[in-house]
Design a protein around this ligand. Structure first.
Ligand SMILES: NC(=O)c1ccc[n+]([C@@H]2O[C@H](COP(=O)([O-])OP(=O)(O)OC[C@H]3O[C@@H](n4cnc5c(N)ncnc54)[C@H](OP(=O)(O)O)[C@@H]3O)[C@@H](O)[C@H]2O)c1
Length: 262
């Protein structure tokens, strides 16, 4: 039985992961701003805003007071900004980095001292295939996921001597609340308006036809149970898993640009 913190667990991939791990017998804290969990889930709801230092501090402290340790963290909280890079207001891009990148860093900085003390731990960072192949009109979102990939590569080496493992999970398209929660940059009929609204329709269509979140939950449960997990996993629709496997052979970036009509 492991003590697990899953962020972004009121919806989608985080909710499915928290429920799956709790059903497997782990003690799971399901964190989000709403602080809600599915009524059928055995995960313990926890209110935590990863944008806010105090909230992350209070949330992790709450777990430590009750359990004395945190063995596993799944950093899943996040959302997407959609729009051309030229049109994206800087505060919107900064807010996107604050949640998707600094949210991960805030949580890691709180749990690492505990994991170092225990000389064990697992941090699973949920990025995206957009963390390796940037998506047109999702450039800021993709940049946050590239950033988490970079941060995780270094973190992995830094914490390895303390018995702590860092794993990246790169989802393709999944049917979750992500599509409706997306924040869209107003294009106001500008130079990118037509192409970006077509790309937005394609992205939303792909996500709504995407994989079942249980597929990712199952993978994360396998990672949690593995004594020697790999560093990177791709998960999602088969075509996207293949694209990632062949990305150094196929012109992945051009295929993606063409897919989004960019
Ligand atoms: N769905 C996909 O196709 C897809 C593909 C690749 C990667 N991903 C990544 O997977 C992760 C989960 O997304 P999802 O698809 O499951 O979307 P989702 O259904 O919208 O879930 C996002 C979760 O993040 C939480 N969240 C957002 N901002 C937060 C904050 N500041 N503090 C704490 N929690 C916050 C939301 O809860 P509250 O609103 O209650 O806080 C919600 O529980 C994201 O990092 C996303 O980038 C998704």
């Amino acid at each position: 039985m492991k003590v697990v913190l899953v962020t972004g667990a009121s919806s989608g991939l985080g909710a499915a992961t928290a429920a799956w791990l709790a059903a497997s017998g782990h003690r799971v804290y399901a964190a989000s701003r709403r602080g809600s969990v599915d009524p059928l889930s055995d995960a313990v709801p926890l209110r935590m805003d990863v944008d806010d230092d105090q909230s992350v501090g209070d949330g992790t402290e709450h777990i430590l007071l009750r359990e004395g340790r945190i063995d596993v963290v799944v950093n899943c909280a996040g959302y997407g900004v959609f729009g051309s890079i030229e049109d994206t207001p800087l505060p919107m891009a900064q807010a996107q980095f604050n949640t998707n990148v600094f949210g991960v860093m805030r949580v890691c900085q709180r749990v690492l001292p505990v994991m170092r003390r225990e000389r064990a731990g697992l941090i699973v960072n949920v990025t995206s295939i957009a963390g390796e192949l940037s998506l047109p009109f999702q450039g800021i979102y993709s940049a946050t996921k590239f950033a988490v990939e970079g941060l995780s590569e270094a973190l992995r080496a830094e914490v390895r001597p303390f018995g702590i493992r860092v794993v990246l999970v790169q989802p393709g398209d999944f049917r979750t609340g992500f599509t409706d929660a997306r924040r869209t940059v107003p294009s106001n009929g500008g130079a990118y308006a037509e192409r970006s609204s077509r790309a937005l329709e394609i992205a939303a269509r792909d996500e709504r036809a995407g994989a079942d979140p249980q597929q990712l939950a199952r993978l994360i449960a396998r990672i949690v149970g593995s004594p020697r997990p790999r560093f990177r996993y791709v998960v999602g629709p088969a075509a996207q898993e293949w694209l990632m496997r062949l990305r150094h052979v196929l012109p992945g970036q051009s295929l993606i640009a063409r897919h989004f009509g960019a």
